[in-house]
Ligand binder design. Structure first.
Ligand code: EPZ
Length: 437
């Protein structure tokens, strides 16, 4: 609930290269599913390396609301015990705001054969249907109906199915895994998503005693087991947070070493950064990005993993808007993921969006402006643009960024960026050297 004390703005004085080291946190989109899945046993599960961001905290709050006991051992480690779940009707105000609430349907259906969860919310980047989730639940024997904004799923018994996904979908692939791990028989998911976080959730479930093979390929085989048991599991590093800081080096002309990463997960991002002129040095669990004098144009099409990630599309848009020449970005996953373009144009970018393609004519530089965050990843990209811009930028609605980035402003300051969080724009801007245009 927003209140006067909520600090919801960033004030950024741009024009300084970011240099130094940053440590990446746990993957938000793996952690959200793993937290939901952790209630599928009555024993206690310990989860480490959870990012302390709004979405994971909202997910934990929703579980506590139905009687799940969550003990926070430290900022990034929790113990979860799902033995005292009183009902399967999730109804906390905040849960409607996140996309990942749909994992509660898969987890509750998979364990209790019943679930009542509000329809998911999440970033406004397209229609975001859940028809493939429903298709999977029904194939396993559940009846599913959506009324009054609530998804109700019920099954007397869940039994194996051979499910062909009509689109490659991260959420539905994970959700069908959750509902199938204790179904009778062997379920097969064809055309499955292969993202690192899909593999992480499968590894977590297997460490709880599930029998899942093939995660990371487009055919996942799940042999139902009687029950799941306790485990201790550490979430993988966040591929998208890492990619965002890689682009921070490229966009500000800096030199950043990003630590606690899995280089394999960043291959498509590294390849594009090299194409536009950056140099990339890879280590076992770190990557160093050094910007080039002038970024080069290129062409990008977002694709399911291992293609170029849609969650890294706005960051690439900012970099290409500063490249010397004409670039294009084609967004093939979501219908409405170019909303950051209007904000970038206020800073002097020259971009034309035609259908699902942005034609980007690179400019010499940006000037500061007053911006509003349209969605999570666009917000992070606009911060990078402001750090490269001449002058002061005010960014509103930064809580959307904090849904998925832990201590984003602090990590940027540690790299030499001039950024402050505030709830009173007027007071801070008066103090800054530049006039907000
Ligand atoms: C997950 O969203 C991520 N969110 C998104 O990250 C990410 O952009 C997306 O996967 C793609 O990688 C979470 O994990 C919480 P999809 P999700 O199902 O599961 C269509 C971020 O920034 N589709 O893979 O909603 C859908 O419309 C967020 O962290 C159906 O048609 O994505 C889209 O076009 C933003 N029917 C495509 O599939 C369905 O039932 C991919 O969506 C489901 C999806």
């Amino acid at each position: 609930m927003s209140s006067k004390t909520d600090k919801d703005h960033y004030i950024i004085n741009g024009g300084r290269a970011l240099n130094g080291e940053v440590v990446i946190g746990g993957a938000k989109n793996a952690a959200l599913a793993i937290i939901a899945a952790s209630i599928m046993t009555d024993e206690t599960v310990t989860i480490e390396n959870i990012p302390d961001v709004r979405d994971t905290n909202v997910m934990m709050e929703a579980l506590e609301g139905i009687g799940v006991r969550i003990n926070r051992l430290d900022r990034h480690t929790i113990q979860v015990n799902g033995s005292q779940v009183e009902n399967v009707n999730i109804d906390t105000e905040n849960i409607r705001k996140i996309r990942a609430s749909y994992y509660l349907v898969g987890a509750l259906l998979g364990k209790y054969r019943h679930a009542e969860v509000p329809l998911p919310g999440g970033c406004d980047i397209g229609s975001r249907p859940i028809d493939q989730h429903v298709k999977g639940f029904r194939a396993l024997g559940a009846s599913v109906n959506i009324k009054g904004g609530v998804v109700r799923a019920h099954a007397d018994r869940l039994s194996a199915a051979h499910i062909y996904m009509d689109v490659v979908t991260v959420g539905a692939t994970i959700n069908i895994m959750l509902s199938a791990v204790m179904a009778e028989g062997k379920t097969i998911i064809e055309n499955a998503a292969k993202e690192p976080h899909v593999v992480d959730v499968a590894n977590f479930l297997n460490s709880m005693g599930a029998n899942i093979k093939g995660a990371g390929t487009d055919v996942i085989r799940i042999k139902g087991v009687e029950r799941l048991h306790s485990c201790t599991y550490s979430v993988i590093p966040d591929q998208i947070e890492a990619g965002t800081f890689m682009y921070a080096a490229a966009i500000t002309g800096g030199d950043i070493t990003i630590r606690n990463i899995i280089p394999k997960h960043l291959e498509s991002i590294s390849a594009k950064l090299e194409e536009i002129g950056c140099s990339i040095e890879e280590y076992d669990d770190a990557v160093r990005v050094t910007a080039s004098e002038k970024l080069q144009p290129t062409h990008i099409k977002t694709l399911p993993y291992p293609g170029y990630p849609t969650d890294m599309q706005p960051q690439a848009g900012v970099a290409l808007a500063l490249a010397g020449g004409v670039s294009t970005i084609t967004e093939s996953i979501f219908e409405n993921r170019f909303k950051y373009v209007d904000e970038l144009m206020r800073m002097g970018a020259n971009i034309r969006v035609e259908g699902n393609t942005a034609i980007i004519d690179g400019v010499e530089g940006f000037t500061g402006a007053h911006l509003v965050v349209p969605d999570l990843r666009a917000g992070a990209a606009l911060v990078l643009a402001a750090l490269a811009a001449e002058g002061t930028t005010v960014i509103d609605n930064v809580r959307l960024i904090e849904r998925g980035y832990e201590d984003f402003d602090r990590k940027i300051r540690n790299l030499g960026g001039d950024i402050v969080k505030t709830d009173d724009v007027r007071m801070e801007v008066k103090k800054s050297k530049f006039k907000v245009v």
